[in-house]
Ligand binder design. Structure first.
Ligand code: CU
Ligand code: ZN
Length: 176
């Protein structure tokens, strides 16, 4: 009887674990006209963190899109969010690179249309909203230039992807 009770408890624990979904929200703003919002959901169903969002006020084309180390968007605007979040001491890379060959924060580029609007809908398997490498409390940053994904032969490429100025940023906050 005790055996069945412990099995039942295990099943209950496992199912509540799988059912758990974590949510976060980001409001992007800065000194530029660029603004937007992101909704993040971590779940087993998504197979990682799904990021859905909309950013406006951009120039048409590609713009670097990263998680930076610090959630400080007040001390000196987006510049006080520090470097790309990089818990594994890797070089800068692309979202599709494996976890040890990119910064955890490397989410590549968002693409703005002719009206300057970028719609975002992606799943990333490296960033997480839980555990030792959680991005909660850190910040998203949208850049002026295209992220070269670490593929160009210069120092900036392996550090920042040469994505240029920080147009807008926002803290990754827990929501229900
Ligand atoms: Cu960045
Ligand atoms: Zn990076």
């Amino acid at each position: 009887m005790k055996f069945f009770a412990s099995i039942a408890l295990l099943v209950l624990m496992a199912s509540s674990c799988w059912a758990q979904e974590l949510n976060a929200r980001v409001f992007l703003a800065g000194k530029s006209p660029v603004s937007g919002s992101l909704n993040l959901t971590e779940s087993a169903a998504a197979g990682g963190v799904r990021i859905i969002g909309r950013v406006t006020g951009l120039t048409p084309g590609n713009h670097g899109f990263h998680v930076h180390q610090f959630g400080d968007v007040f001390t000196n605007g987006c510049d006080s969010t520090g470097p790309h979040y990089n818990p594994r001491k890797a070089l800068h890379g692309a979202p599709h690179d494996n976890a040890d060959q990119r910064h955890a924060g490397d989410l590549g580029n968002i693409v703005a249309d002719a009206k300057g609007v970028a719609l975002i809908n992606l799943v990333d398997t490296v960033v997480s909203l839980s555990g030792p490498e959680s991005i909660l409390g850190r910040a998203f940053v949208v850049h002026a230039a295209e992220d070269d994904l670490g593929r160009v032969e210069n120092e900036g490429s392996t550090k920042t992807g040469n994505a240029g100025a920080r147009l807008a940023c926002g803290i990754i906050a827990i929501v229900p």
